[in-house]
Write a protein that binds this ligand. Structure first.
Ligand code: SF4
Length: 418
């Protein structure tokens, strides 16, 4: 299919010729693989310093599923190069050196939030300095700003606003879809969906149905944090628990929407908590096959209450790479593992492409949530910068749409391969 770009008022609009583009409700989404088939021999030249990893390595190379205890062993090992070798082996079996990125824009319609999660530096009370809520026209204007590269995805997340009616979000989705009909709308964490259900007294399924009807096409993975109740009580006790988070995603998958999943690490959680979190995700994926990508997120402590409780400053590069590698090894039914450059810096994200990650996320354009928590990374990368990072790592860049279909660009057109 071929899409031409031309100015319409102040926006670039995509004019579809011939067939439909990403996000069309009529599009048939190819099913994700239910299990990843991997097999191979343990190479003689593979140096495993931590002998506890040897039987796990044999299972990985034989394509066998790893257990809870093996996951804990992976996390407790310091043999990062062996973990990286195994995770990269899985990544290459799945994707070769192909590395995905997309051209997207984040829109955070409000930072007003009734919850007071200790992990968060983004949410504000309505009367707090810096609190904002975008009028709909403002959100549309921001969506169309600096449109130097044709965007294929809007990523929408915000706080839990006590007074904004649910209709605001439906109007936001409809208005964006009307103005940018071919941009995929990925938005609203399970926490926000649960809150809309609470506000409106609609069931979660009804909320999702109404949002889908208004243009929502997939869900991001935020709000999962760590599922372990004891940790959750400390870091985000106002949020929905694991049961509801997983229920929102299960229902979204049942309604035909794909979603992502995250895990926040580097605060007070244990290795066991991380493995428990990953295996709960793996179990749901076995049922629904609706997750596309897993994104490990490092805790950024600046300007957070939780930052005062933890001893260290922020997760190390070592922990970032280990989380990528362990996720790739445990989540044998997730097609993609993302190194979110905003969180782990472009430098470490680039290294992660050799430790199991096959996706760098996107151009982002304006990121608020991690930057409020002290992220020193840029707020945007260009398409050319992402491509350079990927090529330098010896990988093959592949621009994707939200559903991981390759996007081919020329100066005047953009094509999404089915
Ligand atoms: S993490 Fe989300 S729900 Fe919690 S305070 Fe921040 S914006 Fe609100």
């Amino acid at each position: 299919m071929r899409v031409c770009w031309k100015f319409h008022q102040q926006y670039h609009c995509q004019i579809v010729k011939g067939s439909r583009i990403a996000g069309s409700p009529q599009l048939q989404i190819p099913p994700l693989p239910s299990r990843i088939e991997i097999s191979g021999m343990l190479p003689e030249n593979l140096r495993i310093e931590d002998t506890r990893l040897r039987p796990i390595a044999e299972k990985v190379l034989a394509g066998e599923r790893l257990s809870f205890d093996e996951g804990v062993t992976l996390y407790k090992s310091s043999d990062l190069l062996a973990l990286g070798y195994l995770a990269h082996h899985v990544r290459v079996k799945l994707h070769g050196t192909r590395t995905y990125f997309n051209v997207n824009r984040h829109i955070n319609p409000t930072n007003v939030c009734v919850a007071s999660c200790k992990l968060c530096a983004f949410g504000r009370r309505p009367d707090a300095p810096g609190a904002y809520t975008m009028a709909l026209e403002e959100a549309y204007r921001i969506a169309g700003e600096n449109w130097s590269e044709a965007i294929t995805e809007f990523h929408l997340v915000g706080g839990l606003h006590p007074d904004l009616p649910f209709q605001y979000y439906l109007d936001l989705l409809r208005g964006l879809k009307q103005r940018f009909p071919n941009v995929h709308l990925k938005g609203f964490t399970a926490v926000e969906i649960g809150y809309f259900s609470h506000l409106t007294r609609l069931s979660i399924r009804e909320v999702l149905e109404k949002m889908k009807d208004a243009g929502l096409e997939s869900l991001p993975g935020g709000g999962a944090e760590i599922f372990a109740p004891a940790v959750r009580r400390v870091i985000c006790d106002h949020k929905i628990g694991a049961y509801t988070w997983l229920k929102v995603h299960r229902l979204a998958h049942e309604l035909g929407m794909h979603s992502n999943a995250t895990m926040l690490y580097g605060h007070i959680e244990s290795a066991e908590d991380r493995v428990d979190h990953l295996l709960q995700l793996r179990k749901l994926q076995d049922e629904t096959h609706g997750f596309q990508t897993f994104i490990p997120l490092a805790f950024h402590p600046a300007n957070t209450e939780l930052g005062k409780l933890v001893e260290h400053t922020e997760a190390s590069g070592f922990m970032d790479l280990k989380n990528i590698a362990v996720a790739r090894l445990l989540l044998d039914n997730f097609p993609h593992i993302k190194a979110y450059w905003i969180m782990m810096t472009p430098r470490v994200a680039q290294l992660a492409l050799r430790f199991g990650a096959d996706d760098l996320d996107g151009t982002v354009v304006e990121e608020k949530i991690y930057h409020d928590a002290g992220a020193k990374t840029p707020q945007a990368l260009t398409r050319a910068q992402l491509i350079r990072l990927i090529r330098e790592a010896g990988c093959e860049p592949c621009e994707r749409d939200t559903l991981y279909r390759p996007v081919i660009r020329t100066e005047t057109s953009i094509t999404v391969q089915a």
